[in-house]
Design a protein around this ligand. Structure first.
Ligand SMILES: *Cc1c(COP(=O)(O)O)cnc(C)c1O
Length: 395
């Protein structure tokens, strides 16, 4: 039993450090109002920013997709798993980001995690490459950089001066700058225009992970590139489809040659079964909503809720991030204190997750509230009141 003893020691250490994670079982569709263990809970946790995960038109398209294409794809894309639905989705996504990425072609993936692995492993396959990685990047970008054959240099959060110096000093033949657009645990937006200008000046790729921007940012919901009015041949764009798009999967949009190389070489693309075509079919419906009048209305409501939270939260000791996005962190510090705050909220029927290291830097454990267009003003008012009150009574 020696092997299990080793595992038990590791688990005990996590417990001691207050880093053990647990799962709650949800018995209802993704929505602000959830049923958990038979109890109603008001959740501020999901990345379903537009409330499309349980949208009737998307659900219906998913069912129709299953009737048209079956439940599963049966094979990888390069064998027989690439269905008409996947092809349509990719064409649609290329149009969607077309105004911002020159000669754009799109490639769909099962998850954003895999898309990021594929991008960095493909672009960074040259042994002489350097990946310049923003310090608060998502774990999937960090893992992608580890997988690539390239050297990795981390630059401080949002520090374009430090990045410029690193680029200046580098004589690598392939340079890859990689960043989240909206940072997933802080909610702030990377200085994309400055990053893009730097990348053009230094002949570097700019890999943008728009997991939290697509669908939410920009007049037509096209994401951070639309929001910042960016267009560059250097951009390799990654958008996820399980957050604001409400379904699942992800895609990469970049110059057609980059995409062709990924199809030929990216192991995270090649060696996995294609996502069920029904998901692609449902995503076409979801993109219709995002790009249409209903999407615009949902984005406007979400922005109003963010403004309401911004005004309604009156915190003195707990620090708020510099976020104007749907991701709203309240930074508490110690793991135990963040857990206690989350537990106290849950007692009142409010689910706001505590986020601890290694997801965030040590000493910055936090509550991370996420807002959705499916929330109401009353619900956000309830959250503000509970957080204000909790901070006052916290030790
Ligand atoms: C969620 C997320 C991912 C991973 O996307 P999945 O489709 O959930 O695998 C990648 N990057 C960022 C910034 C994310 O928030």
């Amino acid at each position: 039993m020696n092997m299990i003893d080793t595992i038990e020691r590791q688990l005990a250490q996590l417990d001691t450090d207050k880093l053990t994670r647990t799962r709650r079982i949800v018995d209802s569709p993704c929505a602000p109002r959830l049923l958990i263990d038979g109890q109603p809970v008001l959740a501020f946790c999901s990345n379903d920013y537009l409330g499309l995960a349980a949208h009737p038109a998307v659900i219906e398209a998913l069912a129709e997709g299953a009737r048209l294409y079956g439940a599963g794809s049966g094979a990888s894309h390069l064998i027989s798993g690439h269905s008409r639905a996947h092809q349509r989705l990719e064409e649609r996504l290329a149009e969607f980001v077309g105004p911002h990425v020159e000669s754009a072609r799109a490639l769909s993936f099962c998850t954003g995690y895999m898309a990021n692995l594929a991008i960095l492993a493909t672009l960074g396959a040259d042994g002489d490459g350097v990946i310049f990685s923003e310090s608060l990047n998502h774990a999937s970008l960090i893992d992608g950089a580890r997988l690539a054959q390239a050297q990795v240099k981390v630059y401080p959060h949002a520090d374009t001066v430090a990045l410029a110096a690193l680029l200046e000093a580098s004589n690598a033949t392939v340079k890859i700058v990689v960043t989240d657009s909206v940072f997933s645990m802080d909610g702030d937006l990377a200085p994309l225009a400055a990053l893009s200008a730097l990348c053009e000046r230094h002949g570097a790729w700019l890999v943008i992970d728009d997991a939290h921007g697509i669908g939410v940012l920009g007049e037509h919901g096209r994401g951070a590139l639309e929001h910042c009015d960016l267009r560059s041949p250097n951009i390799v764009y990654m958008g996820t489809l399980g957050k604001a798009a409400g379904v699942g999967g992800a895609f990469v949009a970049a110059h057609a040659k980059v995409i062709e190389l990924m199809i030929q070489r990216a192991r995270a693309y090649i060696y996995t079964t294609a996502a069920p075509p029904a998901l692609a079919h449902a995503l076409l419906a979801s993109l219709d909503i995002i790009g249409g009048a209903e999407g615009a209305q949902r984005r406007a409501h979400l922005r109003a809720l963010i403004g309401q939270l911004d005004e309604g939260l009156q915190l003195r000791r707990w620090r708020r991030g510099a976020s104007s996005s749907a991701i709203q962190p309240v930074i508490i510090g110690a793991n135990e204190a963040a857990l206690a705050a989350a537990a106290a909220l849950y007692e009142q029927g409010l689910w706001v997750p505590a986020i601890r290291p290694p997801t965030v830097p040590a000493g910055t454990a936090r509550l991370r509230a996420t807002l959705s267009a499916a929330h109401t003003h009353d619900e956000v008012a309830r959250l503000c009141a509970a957080l204000n009150q909790l901070e006052r009574s916290a030790p």
